[in-house]
Design a protein around this ligand. Sequence first.
Ligand code: PMP
Length: 399
Amino acid sequence: GLREWQRPLREQFPIITGHPGLAYLDSAATAQKPRAVLDAVQAYLTGCNANAGRGTYTWANRTTALIEETRERVKAFLGDPDPERSSVWFTGGTTEGLRTVARDWLVRELADGDEIVVPFADHEANHLPWLEARDLLAERGVRITVHPMPYQRDSRDYDLEALARLVGGRLRFVAVTHVHHVYGADMNVHRVREVVGPDVPICLDAAQSVGHLPLDLAALDVDFVVFSGHKAMALPGTGVVWARGRRGGAFRPGGWHGTPNTAGIVSLRAALDWLDAAGPARIEEWTVGLGVRLTDGLARLDAYEVLGCPLSLAADSAVQRRQGLVTFRHRTVRANDVGFVLAAHGLLVRADGLCQARAGESESSVRVSLHVYNTPEEVDRLLGVLSTLAGDRPGGGRR
Ligand code: PMP
């Protein structure tokens, strides 16, 4: 069963096995690294560390080759249907990647009167760079219109019918997020292409999906995929912009001639190997299962309110699938205080602002985000401590 599959995988994370008293429940912020990734970095730094493309000696050539191999690895991992024409750029993370697409591509593409759609209620990294692009253009006398992405009220998913009404005219670009970093919602982005038609470029923020579920670029049919290597078990300071050939030809980020993050890039290759071997579909099944366990437990505690898609809707996967990422609020206790109590019990969660520039809702909330190394026992431990703060009858039901 899944449990037998998961146990040896968990054993491969030294920081997890080295801290038996702690439960790391903040993988949406950054993921822990399996030994294979640490070993790959060590082997690189002790074996052939050099700058790329600068030498005639073996270490420099090996470094250059490792970077090229990692580009191919990223394409294969994403299910790139046309790897000959697409391009992969390494960045420091999703924030830098999205800013790069905004400044080095979008700004050059748009003309006076063009329109773009931006998801204002998503992570600010997928919101503010597009507004910056608008402001940069305005300074040059080019005026564009930024439409807020429409959302459905109940599911928090994108409202694709309302989006369809924005298509046509001068719509030139749509930014979307694969999995929401507060609501854990899978935003059904595979349907965006059919809504906007074949010619509108789509940029996908995949920060919360890479490493958590299978990605299939052929099905997603987007033009840019941006993610953080460090959330996908690679080293901090690594990220990726994948650009489809059709657009990628015109995508030439500036400032890329310095020394690349070679050890980070090496770690990304090892991380993608590790994730592929573990199996993204099974990782999804495991973490979604833990998320359901958590939301079921929270539904029995009156004091807590889960943010986002109502659980009754989330349970119906035809409407929306909730990934292993759950954000909730105590009705009276402040999120920071909940966070301190949990930390005192060795439960490491996110309990402060959640990087939404436009949503007050997530301000005083606690986020629990799960990965393959987490266990049902950890979720139960968390629910146990939360129930002591709840003032509920044990097992008392509300819903
Ligand atoms: N987008 C989403 C959906 C995220 O969850 C995050 C990280 N919380 C980011 C962007 C930013 O990623 P990074 O900090 O690696 O730049």
